[in-house]
Design a protein around this ligand. Structure first.
Ligand code: TYD
Ligand code: MG
Length: 460
């Protein structure tokens, strides 16, 4: 029989170390090694099994065959269904990650109520809140009368025993994975070993019964799902629920999806009666635009398959500092440096004596390189003090040589701009024809310097 021994597991990446150290060799994180026992735990390997059990034969089957239910259960909350790719998939496990207090429990309570009202059997197990607290939230959301089955429990074996009673549930929500613990692992709840073992047990339940399982996970300050980084690899889909501190809207972002598209977003607004869907996010991000201000450009962006317009604001001001300041909110600061360098090198615009501030309005985050052109336009507009035309959208990638490069989904971007009343666009040269309403007054520069010259000349 193998002797139980002590090992140290990095809570960040899951690497096993033989002895304690201040820093994990594998991921470089500090103070993340935690002592965990191996005796009989899941993942402790075959040598620690006390006696090998004789295997049981399973029946092999064919690819074709009866599929009893619809493979997906749609909630009817269209922003949520969009992010999951059309509803929760039966027999799959989904991880919903996000900062504490962002609204994960609220979202899942609303989803649970919507599904239960449609006649599904929904079980909500909370390890974080008492039944009374969950009831209070449900009352506030106007969901108290829906037939969701509720429990406050953290032990995996007890949960499994509870839910195997009665008909198979359609959806099981576990809030949160960090509070679950199983008898099979010896370490404390929240450690990698426990989280992995508990997730494995719940995923096994999902696969064997066909119930959809949703795991809620907290995210640490630096944006990683605390502890259960490992869980991301085990589940079928990962959604992140994010939002900026003081803004009311929340974005549900698909990071991984074995059964649907990634890069999808669902947009919600947090109000006093819970989360409200935002079917047209562009209106939200364009919010209160002042049309005459220099330094503002509207970017026609894409989030997955969905076009989103957002305002990019730049402030370029003479700097009293030897090394001027560059500050960015909502965009990549390395990308800003690149755009500034291209403007200096190829367009003769000098920023070396100026502080540069860049902000994406509404607290929205842009990840696309297609925003380059809008950023460049906003920067030049702020530097020259000349406002850009208010009815114009910008998109296009800028290469280091100063050329404007084509980006994907141009027709969808233009269609969204047209829908919101924009009459002009500045964009790369396209292979397709422009829509009639945007054709006049639109500008398709080959090089960034052409756009800079146009802004400097004050051409509207
Ligand atoms: P919650 O769903 O408990 O967050 P999480 O489960 O991600 O930790 O949401 C908590 C926050 O949402 C809390 O700060 C209060 C706010 N909230 C509202 O503004 N309106 C509401 O109707 C509800 C239920 C919560
Ligand atoms: Mg919660």
């Amino acid at each position: 029989m193998a002797k139980s021994r002590i090992q140290f597991i990095c809570q960040n990446c899951g690497t096993v170390h033989a002895r304690w150290a201040g820093k994990c060799d594998s991921c470089g994180a500090w103070n993340t090694l935690v002592e965990e026992g191996t005796a009989g735990g899941i993942g402790s390997g075959p040598q620690s099994q006390k006696s090998a059990r004789k295997g049981r034969a399973v029946a092999l089957t064919t690819l074709s065959g009866e599929i009893e239910d619809a493979p997906r259960i749609a909630t009817g909350i269209s922003e949520l269904d969009r992010a999951t790719g059309g509803g929760f998939v039966r027999g799959s496990a989904l991880l919903v990650g996000g900062d504490p207090g962002i609204g994960k429990s609220t979202l899942l309570t609303q989803a649970a109520a919507a599904l239960a009202n449609r006649g599904n059997r929904i079980i909500y197990v909370s390890g974080e809140e008492a039944v009374a607290q969950i009831r209070l939230r449900a009352q506030r959301l106007g969901a108290a009368s829906s037939p969701v089955e509720l429990a406050a429990e953290t032990n995996v074996e007890d949960i499994l025993a509870t839910i195997s009673d009665g008909p198979r549930p359609d959806l099981l929500i576990l809030d949160s994975i960090q509070t679950l613990w199983t008898d099979l692992a010896e370490s404390a709840p929240g450690t990698v070993t426990q989280v992995r073992a508990a997730a494995q047990a719940m995923i096994r339940f999902a696969k064997s019964t066909g119930c959809a399982v949703v795991l809620v996970g907290h995210v640490t300050k630096d944006g990683q799902i605390a502890g259960p980084r490992v869980v991301e690899h085990m589940v079928d889909a990962v959604l992140y629920f994010e939002g900026e501190g003081n803004h009311h809207y929340r974005i549900l972002r698909t990071v991984k999806n074995r059964f649907g598209p990634t890069d999808e977003i669902g947009v919600f607004e947090m109000g006093d009666k819970g989360l409200r869907e935002v079917p047209n996010p562009s209106e939200l991000f364009l919010g209160e635009r002042s049309e005459k201000a220099p330094g503002a450009a509207v970017f026609a962006g894409m989030e997955g398959t969905r076009p989103v317009l957002a305002e990019i604001q730049a402030l370029v001001a003479p700097s009293p500092l030897g090394t001027p300041r560059r500050a960015v909110v909502g965009w990549d600061s390395a990308r800003l440096s690149m755009v500034l360098a291209v403007l200096e090198a190829h367009c003769g615009v000098k920023f070396s004596q100026h502080d540069v501030y860049l902000n994406v309005a509404g607290g929205y985050r842009i990840a696309e390189p297609a925003a380059d052109l809008a950023v460049a336009a906003a920067l030049v507009s702020s530097l020259t003090g000349l406002a850009l035309p208010a009815d114009c959208v910008y998109f296009g990638e800028i290469s280091l040589s100063g050329a404007v490069r084509a980006v994907a989904h141009a027709p969808q971007r233009l269609k969204e701009a047209e829908k919101l009343g924009f009459g002009k666009a500045v964009m790369p040269i396209l292979s397709e024809e422009l829509p009639a309403s945007l054709a006049t007054g639109s500008f398709q520069p080959e090089a960034l310097s052409e756009l800079v010259a146009r802004i400097a000349a004050g051409t509207k």
